[in-house]
Design a protein around this ligand. Structure first.
Ligand code: ADE
Length: 251
């Protein structure tokens, strides 16, 4: 039977799923993280708060794989928009991921992970298709109506869309119009930026475990990104990930 490892960077991003796991959860503390083992929508899951950044995410992914034997890893959380057509409230599902802050030039090409010989790490194609389908279903459902309209009111955005493509990760919160502009020109295929996904994808590649990354856009990675991020996190973040992942787990 498969066991799904679900990780996120912030407590708000796992809170709803943790409640949904109910009282029959076994917790184990390893490396200053608390792993919650139980069932979600009838599937065996291990849910954990990884904390922020690539090191934290990679360490947590390794523990999920080696200590808990998870057969699938899904990272869920927020991201800043990079592509012009990606808006706050949209959902991005990774097809492939890259570490935008990795640069060992002139020894290795920019973005390449030294000695692995690659820059991009692919999400599992089937998982990505299913996550995108579940995101579309959730956003179009009655359950999401209140959240979508709260997001629309708070951010003045149109109805949310689901995008699939490239997610870029790095150990910095991008909060500057020129910095996000540089990312956009250096990596024109990037849809959004966050701080963990590509590290988890690299670990999953190294261990041969299918990986999925699901992100809701909280900000535009510009000069008000911090304010938008905090508003999104406080008001609606907990509903998006949980709504989409609960559908995903039913499949
Ligand atoms: N996660 C959410 N918004 C982000 C941003 N602007 N930069 C990096 N990670 C993020």
């Amino acid at each position: 039977m498969s066991t799904i490892g679900i990780l996120a960077a912030l407590q708000e991003e796992i809170a709803t799923l943790l409640t949904a796991m109910g009282p029959d959860v076994v917790t184990r503390r390893i490396g200053q993280r608390v792993y919650h083992e139980g069932q979600l929508s009838g599937r065996r899951c291990v849910l954990v708060l990884a904390r922020i950044g690539k090191v934290a995410a990679a360490a947590t992914a390794v523990t999920l794989i080696r200590e808990f034997g998870v057969t699938v890893v899904v990272f869920t959380g927020l991201a800043g928009a990079v592509a012009d057509h990606v808006r706050v409230g949209d959902v991005v599902v990774a097809q492939t991921l890259l570490q935008h802050d990795l640069d060992a030039r002139p020894l290795f090409p920019r973005y390449e992970v030294p000695l692995l010989g690659r820059s991009y790490f692919d999400a599992d194609a089937q998982l990505a298709t299913l996550l995108a389908q579940c995101a579309n279903d959730y956003l179009g459902s009655d359950y999401a109506e209140e959240i979508v309209s709260a997001t629309r009111d708070a951010f003045g955005v149109a109805d949310p869309k689901v995008h699939s493509g490239t997610i870029i990760s790095g150990d910095c919160f991008v909060c500057d119009t020129s910095a996000v502009g540089l990312l956009r020109s250096a990596l024109p295929d990037a849809l959004c930026v966050e701080m963990e996904g590509a590290a988890v994808a690299q670990i999953c590649y190294e261990y041969g475990v299918p990986c999925g990354v699901l992100r809701t856009i909280s900000d535009r990675a510009d000069s008000t990104a911090d304010i938008d991020f905090n508003t999104f996190l406080a008001q609606v973040a907990r509903f998006y990930s949980a709504g989409i992942l609960r559908r995903f787990l039913m499949n």
